[in-house]
Design a protein around this ligand. Structure first.
Ligand code: AHM
Ligand code: MG
Length: 334
């Protein structure tokens, strides 16, 4: 189960492998933090499953989040569950949520070693029609104990220590990496436990699908336009278009089957739509650990330095060879 993996895997505690026994405190703290996230995801999964039955569907009154987007009831519930769970784990000094404009200081554990960034419920527009949604998270080590501030996350994504997502789909699936292999766990509803079903996820080196909101194509620049033309008209066999509109689900499919997922910048939204810190970085980290790649067309996503907690950034991710091909089209169009 995920619980036993978190508690016993030497990979969660890399130094253990060499020393053979007692966990260092920071490794124990990371385990407790990840347990808290797993519990929150189970809670959110229960809400998603009884959405229409328990009056959990629809908008949350007239409230909007920091991006000015209408909040759904489930957005607010998921944010509260993640925030309370992580705060009470007492392992974080600070939290960053898509749903909160400012960083959340964990006043009861200012000495927490970690900072957790998360999108508590991604793909909100899909909630009410029962299409897959998910939660995304990334974990950083705080720079200095007792001094949590936003500089702890204003750094390149490659400095994360763990990343994961939970997809509330036809099955509830948690995908997690702590810097080593990418593992997938499926929630067994009869046990109430995430069970290891995908011990070592590897993204195929190339794929036959592309995933992008093609309705925006009139705003695209030359690189994106030519790549999509290429996979539609110039491959031996055209690539299939698959787009759900929930990043977690689109990335999960791309991770398992290969191909690409893109949310490019365009003339209307030069930085695209997705948030760098708690959407692009964790997904790029997972994709790379699984042998795939993530780029913005000109540079590796994980090398980008975050300068604002809610900043957006263009992204292309998936099979290594396919992402390289996108980069080539961007270079040629520059
Ligand atoms: P959200 O965090 O408000 O749910 O928005 C992010 C979502 C992603 O899950 C998805 O990839 C994207 O928005 C879809 O956007 P669009 O509807 O423009 O294609
Ligand atoms: Mg989101």
């Amino acid at each position: 189960t995920l619980s036993s993996f978190i508690l016993t895997a030497t990979e969660v505690c890399p130094s253990l492998a060499a020393k053979g026994h007692i966990k260092k405190e920071e490794e124990t703290d990371l385990c407790i933090l990840l347990q808290s996230i797993a519990t929150s995801c189970k809670y959110i999964q229960n809400c998603v499953r009884k959405l229409g039955l328990a009056n959990l569907s629809g908008k949350n009154g007239g409230t909007t989040n920091v991006q000015g987007e209408q909040q759904m009831k489930l957005d607010v519930i998921a944010h509260d569950v993640f925030t309370r769970g992580l705060d009470e784990s007492k392992r974080c000094t600070m939290l960053i949520s898509e749903e909160e404009e400012e960083a959340i200081m964990c006043t009861s554990s200012p000495n927490g070693r970690y900072v957790c960034v998360f999108d508590p419920l991604d793909g909100s527009s899909n909630i009410d029609c029962c299409v897959s949604v998910g939660s995304i998270f990334g974990v950083y080590r705080a720079n200095a104990l007792g001094k949590g501030d936003v500089n702890d996350v204003l750094r390149p994504g490659k400095e994360m220590v763990a990343a994961g997502y939970c997809m509330y789909g036809s099955a509830c699936t948690m995908v997690l990496t702590v810097g080593g292999n990418v593992r997938g766990f499926t929630l067994d509803p009869s046990l109430g436990e995430f069970v290891l079903t995908h011990p070592k996820i590897k993204c195929p080196p190339s794929g036959a699908t592309y995933s992008v909101n093609e309705g925006n194509s009139r705003y695209w620049g030359g690189g994106m336009r030519r790549y999509v033309d290429h996979v539609k008209y110039h491959k031996e066999k055209p690539h299939a278009l698959r787009y759900i509109g929930s990043m977690v689900a689109d990335v999960h499919r791309t991770l398992l089957y290969g191909g690409t997922f893109s949310y490019p910048g365009d003339s209307k939204s030069p930085n695209g739509k997705l948030r760098l810190l708690y959407e692009c970085f964790p997904m790029a980290y997972i994709m790379e650990r699984a042998g795939g790649a993530a780029s913005d067309g000109t540079q590796r996503i994980l090398d980008v330095c975050c300068t604002g907690i809610h900043q957006r950034h263009p992204i292309h991710m998936g099979s290594e060879e396919d992402v390289e091909e996108i980069d080539r089209f961007y270079r040629e169009a520059a």
